[in-house]
Design a protein around this ligand. Structure first.
Ligand code: ADP
Ligand code: MG
Length: 258
């Protein structure tokens, strides 16, 4: 009980809401003319300063939920808010990382990283400067002109991270970002992302990671939200009470240093 009392400041209610999922339901039309209910009445809030893991079996709707948070999928009913504003289209505050990297094979590392900035109308000189900085931070210095096919899986996912981080996203949404990598590569990259997260000048103030790996969820997250299937729903939530470095700007950061 003492441990729980000491950790109370870092639980759910700490920090301002960044992304609200409010009673979101999602159905897709299926091949036989009926509809497939994928998400059922899901409500959750991603708050400043926290890392949330969405844990669930394959098919429980984790990717659909994350894409809904990113505004890439519109909910069938319910709404998604970013900083209190109802989303209508892509969420301007998020950067996404995908399991399969989702790089453009015909573009160089640098061009892949610049792509999202281009879409946001950032001028060429600034794009280049920010892309090179992101490439450097993620450990790909010297590979700016390489093509994805010339890189290992771990390096490709580094490009995936650079592409998200170059946006300086308020929220970083990661869909099984380490599950296509071998164990050691995954462990290294995970450690590096956590070191970035612990730096006071890291611009991202919340992370949501989708995983089916319980160990990874417990290792990274402040709380784990468990999804059940058919249709996807929130089964429960587990706060993780392990001390770890966190975003210094979060009110909970100070609260966790004794
Ligand atoms: P998870 O990421 O947990 O494995 P997904 O969100 O990818 O789950 O998928 C959940 C369910 O929704 C699956 O049954 C999948 O086939 C279905 N689904 C996902 N996207 C679509 C889509 N665009 N159209 C039809 N069905 C989809
Ligand atoms: Mg998925």
């Amino acid at each position: 009980m003492a441990l729980k009392t000491a950790r109370t400041p870092v639980t759910l209610e700490t920090g301002a809401p960044l992304i609200d999922i409010d009673r979101v339901t999602k159905s897709f039309p299926s091949a036989d003319g009926t509809t497939l209910d994928v998400l059922s009445e899901i409500s959750l809030t991603l708050r400043k300063g926290e890392i949330v893991a969405l844990l669930g079996k394959s098919g429980s709707g984790k990717s659909t939920l994350l894409r809904t948070m990113a505004g890439l999928i519109a909910p069938t009913t319910g709404e998604v808010r970013y900083r209190g504003e109802r989303l209508d289209g892509a969420n301007p505050g998020v950067g996404m990382v995908f399991q399969s990297f989702a790089l453009m094979p015909w573009l160089t590392v640098q061009a892949n990283v610049e792509l999202g900035l281009e879409a946001r109308g950032v001028p060429a000189a600034e794009r280049r400067e920010r892309a090179l900085a992101a490439i450097d931070v993620i450990g790909l210095d010297g590979f700016e002109s390489a093509y994805p096919r010339e890189l290992s899986g771990g390096m490709r996912q580094r490009v995936g991270f650079a592409r998200a981080l170059v946006l300086r996203p308020d929220a970083l949404l990661m869909d099984e970002p380490f599950s296509a990598l071998d164990v050691l590569t995954a462990e290294n990259l995970r450690g590096e992302i956590m070191s970035l997260w612990a730096q006071p000048d890291f611009p991202t103030s919340a992370i949501c990671i989708v995983t089916h790996n319980i160990e990874e969820a417990v290792l990274l997250a402040d709380r784990v939200i468990v999804l059940g299937s058919n249709p996807g729903h929130i089964k429960g939530e587990v706060p993780i009470l392990l001390p770890r470095p966190r975003d210094r700007r979060s009110p909970s950061f100070e609260a966790t240093i004794d």
